[in-house]
Design a protein around this ligand. Structure first.
Ligand SMILES: Nc1ncnc2c1ncn2[C@@H]1O[C@H](COP(=O)(O)OP(=O)(O)O)[C@@H](O)[C@H]1O
Ligand SMILES: [Mg+2]
Length: 78
């Protein structure tokens, strides 16, 4: 079983003065115990937002709008 499971995760920023920005859209991956995974992408593609969502470090105006993060069997998105 994977140690970290990210299933169909989506994150949207909803600033008051700007249009909503769906920064992370339907991302899924699994990481096993002892496995290392790199995340590559151009600036602004959502790497930090994804990492913050997995670590429960998001704050408004960012919101998890879909999906699930499970670490060692515990649902972090509950
Ligand atoms: N506090 C915020 N408010 C609104 N939009 C944001 C905020 N932080 C990041 N974004 C937007 O979310 C998207 C992804 O940003 P980010 O996760 O920082 O990308 P990366 O880390 O890959 O450079 C970008 O379009 C960025 O403008
Ligand atoms: Mg970043």
């Amino acid at each position: 079983m994977a140690l970290l499971e990210v299933d169909h995760l989506s994150v949207t920023y909803t600033p008051r003065d700007q249009p909503a920005n769906r920064a992370v859209h339907d991302v899924s991956f699994r990481i096993a115990d002892g496995e290392f995974v790199g995340l590559l992408g151009e600036s602004g593609c959502g790497k930090s937002t994804l990492g913050n969502a997995v670590l429960r470090l998001l704050s408004p105006p960012a919101h998890i709008t879909g999906g699930r993060v499970t670490f060692d069997g515990v649902d972090l998105t509950d």
